[in-house]
Design a protein around this ligand. Structure first.
Ligand code: ADP
Ligand code: TYD
Length: 218
C-alpha cells in the first residue's frame, strides 16, 4: 500500500460505503488506532454532509427533504465547501489527522451512480471546490487514504432495518444501492493507491485486523 502525495503536514482519511456497510461501527476503533500510532498529532473526527454548523443544517435538509438531484449535489458540495474552508484545510495545515465519515466519493457514488447525474457535472463541482492550482497542476484536496466498506445492498439493508429508522436515502430500493455500490467499486478500481476496499461481510473482528494492518502501514 502506498499513499497519495500530500502538500500539507496533516493527513486526510475518509470512510466510504453504502448505508449500513459498517462505517459508524469501525470509525471509533480506527480513530483510536490512529491516535495510538500518531500520539503527537491531534485526531479530528468529522462527517459529511455536515461537520460545520451550516453543514449540519444542510444535512438536515439533505436527509429529510425531497429535492431535485442537481439541488442535492449542489447542497452536498455547499456543505463540503464550508467543511473544507472551516475545518479540513486549517486542520491539515496545522498537521492534524482528519478522519471524515464520507467525502466526495459519496457524491460520485450517490448522485452519479444512484441518482444518475453525469460524472463530468460532478467533476466540475469537485474542481471548483477542491482544486488548489497554487499547489500544483491538477492538485485536489482529497483524502490520501479512503477505506471503502463494501457490502451487498441486500445485506446492508438487512443490517440497517434491524437497528434504525430509515432517512431519505435509506428508504431507497436495492436497485439504487446496487448502482451506488458499483460506482464506489469503479472509483476504487480506478484509484487503487488511495482506496483500501474492505469486504464488510466479514465478522467485525476480522475487519478490525485489516484496519490494524492498514494503520501500521501508514
Ligand atoms: P454505516 O455507518 O456504514 O451505515 P453501521 O456501522 O451503522 O453502518 O452498521 C449497520 C449495522 O450493521 C449496525 O447494526 C452494526 O452493528 C452492524 N454491523 C456492522 N458491521 C458488521 C459486521 N461486520 N458484521 C455484522 N454486523 C455488522
Ligand atoms: P451517513 O452519515 O452515512 O448517514 P447515517 O448517519 O444514517 O449513517 O450519510 C448520510 C447520507 O448522505 C447517506 O445516505 C449518503 C448521503 N450522501 C450523498 O448522497 N452524497 C454525499 O456527497 C454525501 C457526503 C452523503
Amino acid at each position: 500500500m502506498s499513499f497519495q502525495p500530500h502538500h500539507y503536514p496533516g493527513m486526510f482519511i475518509s470512510f466510504e460505503g453504502i448505508d449500513g456497510a459498517g462505517k459508524s461501527t469501525h470509525i471509533p476503533y480506527f480513530s483510536q488506532l490512529i491516535q495510538e500510532r500518531f500520539p503527537l498529532h491531534k485526531v479530528l473526527l468529522t462527517r459529511e454532509p455536515g461537520g460545520t454548523v451550516l453543514g449540519e443544517k444542510l444535512r438536515q435538509l439533505l436527509l429529510n427533504d425531497a429535492m431535485d438531484a442537481k439541488t442535492e449535489a449542489l447542497l452536498m458540495f455547499a456543505s463540503r465547501q464550508e467543511h473544507i474552508a472551516q475545518i479540513i484545510e486549517p486542520a491539515l495545515k496545522r498537521g492534524d489527522i482528519v478522519i471524515s465519515d464520507r467525502f466526495t466519493d459519496s457524491s460520485f457514488a450517490y448522485q452519479c451512480g444512484g441518482r444518475g447525474l453525469k460524472i463530468d457535472e460532478l467533476n466540475a463541482l469537485e474542481q471548483w471546490v477542491q482544486s488548489r492550482p497554487e499547489l500544483g497542476h491538477a492538485y485536489l484536496i482529497q483524502p490520501q487514504l479512503t477505506l471503502l466498506f463494501d457490502l451487498s445492498a441486500k445485506v446492508a439493508e438487512e443490517r440497517r432495518s434491524s437497528t434504525r429508522n430509515p432517512d431519505k436515502f435509506e428508504e431507497l430500493d436495492l436497485d439504487f444501492f446496487n448502482h451506488v455500490r458499483n460506482e464506489y467499486l469503479r472509483r476504487a478500481s480506478q484509484d487503487p493507491q488511495r482506496f483500501v476496499t474492505i469486504d464488510s461481510s466479514q465478522p467485525i473482528s476480522s475487519i478490525q485486523s485489516i484496519l490494524k494492518d492498514c494503520v501500521n502501514q501508514l
